[in-house]
Design a binder for this molecule. Structure first.
Ligand code: CU
Length: 152
């Protein structure tokens, strides 16, 4: 009985060893394995922005929206029913499409009739994206991205 089990185990392990040999010898299977591992690693590492937890209409107007220098940003926030939303925290984060810039971040919680005003600054000419994040008192939030081109 014990002898049988040992023989079986030996047979099993040789089968397993053969399988490993087949897998590692087959270039196509190895390539597929490496590709799958790589894909898993990439998927795990990529930083996905968190999904919106509040359903809001966000609009952004920045004046001027094409010249370097100080500007006034106006964010309006409405709920799905079209009613103005006050008492939210509104953050603007301006980034340029190229690396190595310090982002321009401004924030306010002051509003009237769902209208939030913020002092913004286009610190350089070129392509910008501005992320507006509106956080409600219950900590749910909505984020929307707006693109701008500033004359250089
Ligand atoms: Cu820049």
């Amino acid at each position: 009985m014990l002898f049988n089990i040992v023989t079986l185990a030996l047979e099993e392990s040789t089968t397993f060893a053969k399988l490993i040999k087949i897998v590692t010898n087959d270039k196509a299977i190895m390539r597929w394995l490496i590709f799958t591992l790589l894909l898993l690693t990439l998927t795990a590492c990529r930083q996905q922005p968190p999904a919106n937890t509040a359903d809001l209409d966000i609009s952004l107007t920045i004046t001027p929206d094409n010249l370097v220098g100080e500007a006034l940003a106006v964010v309006t926030v409405r709920n799905r029913a079209g009613q103005p939303v006050d008492n939210a925290r509104v953050q603007l984060r301006g980034d340029m499409t190229h690396a190595g810039m310090v982002p321009v971040i401004v924030e306010t919680s002051t509003s009237a009739d769902g209208r939030y005003e913020l002092d913004f600054n286009w610190t350089m000419g070129g392509d910008w994206f501005v992320d507006v994040t509106v956080t409600l008192p219950d900590d749910t939030f909505a984020r929307q991205r707006f693109n701008f081109r500033i004359r250089s």
